[in-house]
Design a protein around this ligand. Structure first.
Ligand code: SF4
Length: 310
C-alpha cells in the first residue's frame, strides 16, 4: 500500500499539489448552455434527480462573461488564500453542447485569463465530437485539460429509469475517443439510484476501473426540490433506499477497496443546499468531516484502495 500523503487512497488535493506544486482552486463558470436531455434533442424534463440550481454557486451567473465570472470567483477565493492559481470549471448543464465555435470561444476566453492554468469541463458522454476533442488536444499541449463525464451508473436499467437518455456503451465509447489526448479524464457516479442493489452499486467500482479514467467523484443520491424524484419519493417511496451516513461510510470504504489503485478519488459526497434538500438529511455533514470518517474506518478495517481489486 503506497499512496502519497497520509491516506489509504489517492486523494485529489495531493494530486493537485504534486501536479502543480501549489494550491489550485476551481472557479465554477456557467456559460448557460442547455442540455440535450432538457431541450428535446435527447429527452425532456431532464434526469430525474437533476435540479441544476442545487449545484451552481451564487457567484456564477450565465449572463456574465466568462472573464467576469472568473474575476468574481477569484476575488471570492483570493481573500481566503493569497497565492494560488485557478482552473476554470465548466460545471453546470452540458458544457460541450453548443456550436463548436461558441464552445471554443468560451474555453479560449478562460485560458487567456492570466491566473487560469487550465480547464475542467463537465459534460455528458454523448456530447463530445472528434472536432471538439482535437481542439482540446491542442489546448492540452499548453494547459491542463480535464474532461469529466457524468457516468452516473454502469447499468443501463438505471440510466433508463433516471431518464439519462444515453447508454453505458456510449460512456465507454466517449472514454475511448478521449483517451491518449493528454487530458485528465474524470468520472462522476451517483450511489444509491433506485432499483440498484448494494452489490450492484459496489460493482460500479469494478466497472469504472476498466475505464481509462484518472479521477473519480462519488455522490450519494440526494433528493432535491424541483426534481422528478421529489415527486417520486412522495408517490412511490418504496422505490428509494437512501443511504444513512454511517452505512454510506461503510459502503465507500468497501468501494475503495475494489477500485483500481491508480484512480484519484476527488469526492465521496455531494452537499446540496439545505433549503433544497429533501432527503437524506445527514445533519449538514461537510465533505472534510465525511473524509475524516472514511479515513478512520479504512484504518479500522485495514482497507486501502485496490486491496480487493482484481
Ligand atoms: S443532470 Fe446533466 S444531463 Fe441530466 S438533465 Fe441535468 S444538466 Fe442535463
Amino acid at each position: 500500500m503506497k499512496f502519497k500523503g497520509d491516506k489509504r487512497y489517492n486523494n485529489y488535493s495531493t494530486y493537485i499539489k504534486s501536479t502543480f506544486g501549489e494550491r489550485v482552486q476551481k472557479i465554477s463558470i456557467n456559460i448557460g448552455f442547455s442540455c440535450p436531455n432538457r431541450d428535446g434533442t435527447k429527452g425532456v424534463g431532464g434526469c430525474t434527480y437533476c435540479n441544476i440550481s442545487s449545484y451552481t454557486p451564487l457567484y456564477c451567473k450565465p449572463k456574465r462573461s466568462v472573464t467576469q465570472q472568473l474575476e468574481e470567483g477569484i476575488s471570492f477565493f483570493s481573500t481566503k488564500y493569497k497565492s494560488q492559481k485557478y482552473l476554470a470549471y465548466f460545471q453546470s448543464y452540458t458544457n460541450t453542447y453548443a456550436e463548436l465555435d461558441l464552445v471554443k470561444s468560451f474555453y479560449l476566453e478562460a485560458v487567456n485569463h492570466p491566473d487560469v492554468i487550465g480547464l475542467v469541463i463537465g459534460t455528458r458522454p454523448d456530447c463530445v465530437s472528434l472536432e471538439l476533442l482535437s481542439f482540446l488536444e491542442d489546448l492540452a499541449k499548453i494547459y491542463y485539460i480535464s474532461l469529466e463525464f457524468g457516468v452516473e451508473s454502469t447499468l443501463d436499467k438505471s440510466l433508463i429509469a433516471t431518464n439519462r437518455c444515453h447508454s453505458y456503451q456510449e460512456t465507454i465509447d466517449a472514454y475511448k475517443m478521449s483517451k491518449g489526448r493528454g487530458f485528465a479524464l474524470g468520472a462522476h457516479l451517483i450511489i444509491g439510484l433506485p432499483g440498484e442493489t448494494r452489490e450492484e452499486m459496489l460493482n460500479h467500482a469494478v466497472e469504472v476501473s476498466k475505464l481509462p479514467i484518472n479521477m473519480l467523484k462519488l455522490h450519494q443520491l440526494q433528493i432535491v426540490k424541483g426534481t422528478k424524484m421529489a415527486k417520486q419519493i412522495v408517490e412511490t417511496p418504496d422505490m428509494f433506499e437512501l443511504f444513512e451516513a454511517e452505512e454510506y461510510i461503510e459502503f465507500v470504504t468497501n468501494f475503495i477497496s475494489l477500485l483500481r489503485p491508480d484512480i484519484i478519488l476527488e469526492r465521496f459526497i455531494s452537499e446540496s443546499p439545505p433549503n433544497m434538500l429533501i432527503a437524506p438529511k445527514w445533519g449538514g455533514i461537510k465533505n472534510f468531516e465525511f473524509v475524516a470518517k472514511v479515513d478512520k474506518r479504512l484504518k479500522e478495517k485495514d482497507f486501502w484502495q485496490g486491496k480487493y481489486f482484481n
